[in-house]
Design a protein around this ligand. Structure first.
Ligand SMILES: Nc1nc2c(ncn2[C@@H]2O[C@H](COP(=O)(O)OP(=O)(O)O)[C@@H](O)[C@H]2O)c(=O)[nH]1
Ligand SMILES: [Mg+2]
Length: 326
């Protein structure tokens, strides 16, 4: 495969080339990894920036429905929209987006949209790594908005927030007055909370839930990266396409403000640093498991630690010292 040629096609915005490029970065074959690194390096010369929107919500809140209507609204404005997913359970389910193809039927046929199911890998670190690279490719291909979806399980929200400019939390109307058990940590990384299904019988409950969350958001510590009135909660109906224009307006207000106040660049810079460190960490771990001598030492020390013969810290020091020598 000619990497230069593939890179040119990605930069020219060719969807099929983009799909092939993502397949390449998802491959774990060592020769493919080398080609992927070269490809990412070439496309990096484009300084295009998409608006990267992270979207999280538990199964059933309406993420797929929302992405379809929100995505269609954006493409109708002439914007190009890419949809990616971080799904740590995809090894089992075969990819959240793929299973939802019917809910995104219109969007997947739209020439301005690009939808990619999440790679089937069980390890969150690995999925996150590939998705970050896919985001970079979509950006280089000239997509204006990159939506990164995740089901809210475990650490995946944090991982998605770390690759987004904006993080949107999608919620469903609650029955009672409980805050749906949304963890404080998730509230703290949310820029915009959207209470979906604000239509028909569910509308009053959606409005109550929204008011509850607006209140909860006001109780959180003010963050330097927010203008007045953010983070914000509002109601939407993905099904009836209600409130989507307002939600988009909020996203633009917030991202414009962050650009003007340099929070945007600061966030991207610290994310880039974080990914670099993460790559080194993953690379070092891979080295550990590939090197026969080191993995034998790991085994041996692991047994000693388990038996209480060595402290975990001293044992780790010995492995790290050995790693230095490799
Ligand atoms: N009433 C109502 N139902 C919705 C809305 N959005 C999604 N749903 C329904 O909620 C269910 C789950 O939606 P889906 O998009 O698959 O949720 P996901 O699991 O988060 O991707 C489906 O039956 C949808 O039709 C909405 O805005 N209003
Ligand atoms: Mg879905």
């Amino acid at each position: 495969m000619d990497i230069q040629e593939l890179a040119e096609k990605v930069l020219a915005g060719e969807r099929r080339a983009l799909a092939r490029a993502i397949t390449l970065i998802e491959s774990r074959r060592p020769d493919h990894r080398a080609e992927a690194a070269e490809l990412l390096d070439v496309v990096k010369r484009s300084d295009r920036q998409a608006l990267r929107i992270g979207l999280s919500g538990t199964p059933g809140v309406g993420k797929s429905t929302f992405i379809e209507s929100f995505g269609m609204m954006l493409t109708a404005k002439g914007l190009r929209v890419a949809v990616l997913a971080v799904d740590p359970s995809s090894a089992r389910s075969g990819g959240s987006i793929l299973g939802d193809k019917t809910r995104m039927e219109r969007l997947s046929r739209d020439p301005r949209a690009f939808i990619r199911p999440s790679p089937s890998q069980s390890e969150l670190g690995g999925v996150a790594r590939r998705t970050r690279e896919a985001v970079a490719l979509c950006e280089a291909a000239g997509y204006d908005v990159v939506l990164i979806e995740t089901v809210g399980v475990g650490q995946s929200e944090t991982v998605v927030a770390e690759m987004s400019d904006l993080f949107v939390l999608l919620l469903a109307p609650a029955g009672g007055d409980e805050l749906q058990g949304v963890k404080r940590g998730i509230m703290e990384i949310a820029d915009i909370i959207l209470v979906n299904k604000a239509d028909g019988e569910l509308k009053p409950a959606a409005m109550r839930t929204c008011a509850d969350y607006a209140g909860a958001l006001r109780l959180l510590r003010k963050r330097p990266q927010d203008p007045d009135n953010f983070p914000k909660a509002r109601t939407v109906s993905a099904l009836q396409e209600g409130g989507l224009e307002d939600a988009w307006a909020d996203m633009i207000t917030l991202s414009d403000w962050r650009r003007e106040t340099s929070h945007w660049d600061a966030r991207r810079a610290s994310q880039a640093r974080h990914w670099f460190e993460e790559e080194v960490r993953l690379g070092a771990l891979a080295r550990l498991s590939q090197d026969k001598e080191l993995s034998a030492l790991m085994d041996q020390l692991g047994t000693e630690v388990a038996k209480g013969l060595t402290s975990p810290w001293a044992a780790a020091e010995r492995v790290i010292a050995k790693l230095n020598a490799v």
